[in-house]
Design a protein around this ligand. Sequence first.
Ligand SMILES: Nc1ncnc2c1ncn2[C@@H]1O[C@H](COP(=O)(O)OP(=O)(O)OP(=O)(O)O)[C@@H](O)[C@H]1O
Length: 263
Amino acid sequence: MLQLNAVSRHFGGLQVLQGVDLDIPQGGIFGLIGPNGAGKTTVFNLITGLLPVTGGRISFDGRDLAGLKPHEITRLGLARTFQNIRIFKEMSLLENVMVGMHAHLNYGAAGLLLSLGGFRAEEKRARDRARELLSWVKLDHKAHDAADNLSYGDQRKLELARALATDPRLLLLDEPVAGMNSTEKTELMHEIENIQRRGYTIFMIEHDMRFVMGLCEQIAVLNFGRIIAQGNAEQIKNDPQVIEAYLGREEDEATADEEGAAA
Ligand SMILES: Nc1ncnc2c1ncn2[C@@H]1O[C@H](COP(=O)(O)OP(=O)(O)OP(=O)(O)O)[C@@H](O)[C@H]1O
């Protein structure tokens, strides 16, 4: 569904991605992991058109995305959430999701929110759909609350509902469980599985190993801008290069923390 072929990106002299090949198959849940600064968010920024590639090719359903603007890529059926939450805190949850829909309606978000007369029928459809999407992440009972009042975990879920509002076929999630407690993580795991069962393809970046390993059928590992391994959870856990580059580093940090605490 989504293919990256020999993709590279540099920022001045800093080579952040080199020869990245990825193939995200339709219908699955695919994970991208790697140490801090490996280049994961840059991969999403290139896919969604926020940054141009400096080499290689990205295609979605066989269509080259080069030169397309972010909103044009969204219209092709590709949506994302961000590592840093980007919701409108002064708006209700329902309004936040409805704003996400405006790319697919015939008039702008402002008209939608002001309930301009001739748009009532379409507005009702949008509202019903927004409420349905909120129910997918178990937030429909808070539809009229201000987004500002949500816990951090619920704000992440709201972002997910808003991304779904653009009617994507592929959903990119950038660290969906960052800041969530373990109950929230378990709930989100089920909600993402249900979203996948509804026919969506999911591609996520996530640091939480239990979450990634529990949810993703395929996982790719990025280290210093290169894909060093790809496989299922079992293969990734046992890959010596991954252990060295990623899991090993965590153990080093844990050991250092223990030593620090003991000192
Ligand atoms: N717009 C930019 N300009 C300059 N350097 C950038 C830019 N975006 C990212 N970088 C650099 O590229 C490298 C990779 O960053 P990126 O955010 O893609 O990593 P990441 O794997 O997502 O990290 P993390 O897990 O910490 O979020 C970092 O060294 C970062 O400083």
